[in-house]
Design a binder for this molecule. Sequence first.
Ligand code: UDP
Length: 239
Amino acid sequence: MKRVLLKLSGEALMCKDTNLSIKQEMLDHFATEVKDAHSMGVQIALVVGAGNIIRGKTFAGANEETRIEGDYMGMLATIINSMALRSKMQSHGLDVRLQSALSMDQVAQLYIRDKALSGLEEGKILIFAGGTGNPFFTTDTAAALRASEINADALLKGTNVDGVYDKDPNEHADSKLIKEASFLDVINKELQVMDATAITMCKDQNIPIRVFNIHEPGNLRKVLAGEQLGTTISAAGAS
Ligand code: UDP
């Protein structure tokens, strides 16, 4: 793989024990993984969510008219997470370019595709913040959109489980890891990978998705080296 987009959920940055939204050790872990993967010569762009801080739907609850305000708050929160990642990755010696879908002049460049591409070619790590810049979407969809725009070879979704399961592994002891699935399988069987908009976009643009455990040190490198860990979602599916 020459160029990938790595999607991290906001919750991946959290410290569950203390409820701290952003834990330094988690940032260190991701910076280490990205640095190692980058040393393989792979161009890496990141999108990070904001579930550790706020989600529009949760904020609004039953009060639907506040949903859009909440979504903008969620998008702003992705900028906070992205800044935290940027500063940690910089302290690990990486050259990072942060671009935001929402204008945020003092802290990030506005998203400009050409500059993103030239940054990647120059060996910079790109972070795309602010989601898609529009309410009603998720950062999974932002990841699918940016992956399409930068012609990524794959969208890598780092999670806290080993991949996609046939049933929720936290609730069913007999759940099985699915190694390969097609985009249509994911849509028809409603497999919990990413929301339908994001899956459809990857399907339309034929961008394979790999879901894998990002908390396991070395996994990002293994995925990039072609090891078959996690779940691969592609047009072909299980052959
Ligand atoms: N969001 C949005 N538009 C986008 C991306 C995100 O409105 O293009 C808002 C939405 O409220 C979402 C929140 O930002 O719930 C945080 O993103 P997400 O839920 O995808 O974060 P994750 O679950 O990956 O941590």
